[in-house]
Design a protein around this ligand. Structure first.
Ligand code: PAF
Length: 334
């Protein structure tokens, strides 16, 4: 079995470290943005930190065998003879899924390759045209990239995977229930391998709902932590902060209901629980802002605004955070 991971950020490094340390049957390739990162990982290995129950940090370094090499995406032509991947995990952010990126990724795929996309926000899987089977995955694993070859597993989470076949810009159609037996066997082989590597990962029978649940969590936590420059847990410390969170939340729910998206009354409590469980985490949007990187605001609150516009629902709080975050990035092209 050949598993390729595209993207060596926090989640890509976490999945790679788990797989290289546990898998005896799979060949794992990690595709990085730079050749420096690939060389570092191949020569010095990958270090994964985990917190033990008594709050100590344990670090283990795995030197990948010749089988499990890291390679730079842009050096792909040197790797033309490698057999194609059976599964490709796409762990880069939405903003990095460009036409260029997809053209490199396509060189690693043929008709049997399953592509699993792990992004925040509403999908851009519109890139992934036939003939591939495309899956969306939502993960609550907490991971932080410490350096190009070090990752910290900051919170044990769960990953759900579901098949996506019919995409428009803001709507996802869940096809998990429609997967036939043969397809289920194919995807289950990958899930077994990831489970053996210690990840809690399952096939969802309602990935649509999982995606929109995660989207509302990100739409509330990410922009506010980035604007106020606080850890996730600090959102809970005052009623003024909670009131702004609630305003964002209520708008998202109104937009979902107008769009006919199934909502759950538990989602507000879920957001508070995520803030608590990840209280010492820097949200991914705050991390991007601190590093002057383009954020995922367009795919998170931007997609809520767009879905609202489709049904003439105004979203003033989402509009406000959207513009505040967009205006932070001085390098943005116009
Ligand atoms: O984007 C993130 O940072 C994470 O999805 C979450 C759940 C908000 C926790 O930090």
């Amino acid at each position: 079995m050949i598993i390729d991971i595209f993207g060596a950020g926090a989640i890509g490094l976490l999945f790679y470290s788990k797989l290289v340390s546990h898998s005896s049957v799979a060949t794992i390739h990690l595709w990085t943005r730079t050749s420096e990162q690939a060389t570092l990982i191949n020569q010095q290995g990958i270090t994964a930190q985990t917190s033990t129950t008594d709050y100590n940090v344990e670090a283990q370094t795995y030197i990948p065998s010749k089988l499990h090499q890291a390679c730079a995406i842009y050096d792909m032509t040197d790797n033309e003879n490698k057999p194609k991947a059976d599964y490709i995990l796409v762990t880069v952010k939405q903003k990095d899924i460009t036409a260029d990126f997809v053209s490199y990724l396509k060189q690693r795929a043929d008709h049997h390759t399953r592509i699993i996309c792990l992004q925040n926000g509403v999908r851009t899987d519109v890139w992934w045209d036939s003939p591939w089977q495309v899956y969306a995955a939502i993960t609550t694993e907490g991971a932080k990239r410490i350096s190009p070859n070090e990752v910290s597993h900051t919170g044990i989470g769960k990953t759900v995977v579901g098949r996506v076949t019919n995409i428009s810009s803001t709507r996802v159609v869940d096809q998990s229930k429609a997967i036939d037996k043969e397809e289920q066997l194919w995807i289950q082989l990958l899930l077994n391998e990831l489970q053996k590597a210690g990840l809690d990962i399952v096939l969802s029978n309602n990935i649509d709902k999982d995606i929109y649940r995660k989207l509302v969590i990100n739409a509330v936590i990410n922009p506010l932590t980035a604007i106020w420059r606080i850890m996730n847990g600090e959102l809970l410390v005052s009623k003024q902060r909670l009131a702004v969170m609630r305003q964002l939340y209520d708008e998202v729910i109104e937009v979902y209901e107008a769009n006919g998206i199934e909502v759950s009354s538990l989602w507000w409590e879920d957001i508070l629980a995520v803030c608590q469980a990840t209280s010492n985490n820097t949200s991914s949007m705050l991390a991007d802002v601190l590093q002057s990187k383009t954020t995922e605001i367009q795919w998170i609150n931007g997609s809520i605004i767009k879905m609202g516009q489709d049904y003439h629902i105004s979203t003033p709080t989402n509009d406000c955070v959207y513009h505040l975050i967009e205006a932070m990035n001085r390098q943005e092209d116009h």
